[in-house]
Design a protein. Sequence first.
Length: 155
Amino acid sequence: MSASTVDSMALSVSERERFLAEPHIGALSVTERPNRAPLSVPIWYWYSPGGELWIHTVPTSRKARAIEAAGRFTLMVQRSEPTVRYVSVEGPVTRTAPGGGELSHQMAGRYLLPDQVAGFVEHEAELGEHVAIYMRPEHWLSADLGPGTNEGYVR
């Protein structure tokens, strides 16, 4: 595949921001230890085009501790239908703020059916303190690879 073919698959700024703003499950990656591949975990996230991306987690989790130490992280989202598309963003943490309550409700409302939100928020509160970790997307990688098929390289 030539460089021009790869470039033609890249998403425009508005396409990649709109795609990232959709409620996909993200794959968060962050350096946790020297001489190891990054810690990668699935996570819910929030993003509005042109703004910061944020995640909501327990401050004592491995990912939160690793993000605090590294000062930055990567988040990748993808889909396979109607076309294979992905967006990956990497950037610095801009702030960490107390979570829970309203932020928990906002995040749950993005991913769950309305009648499931209150129960999730209640369960999350039982887990204890949460924080919102904000990241400014600095480096973007994106592509639309075309239709997914059972006969090609995508299964």
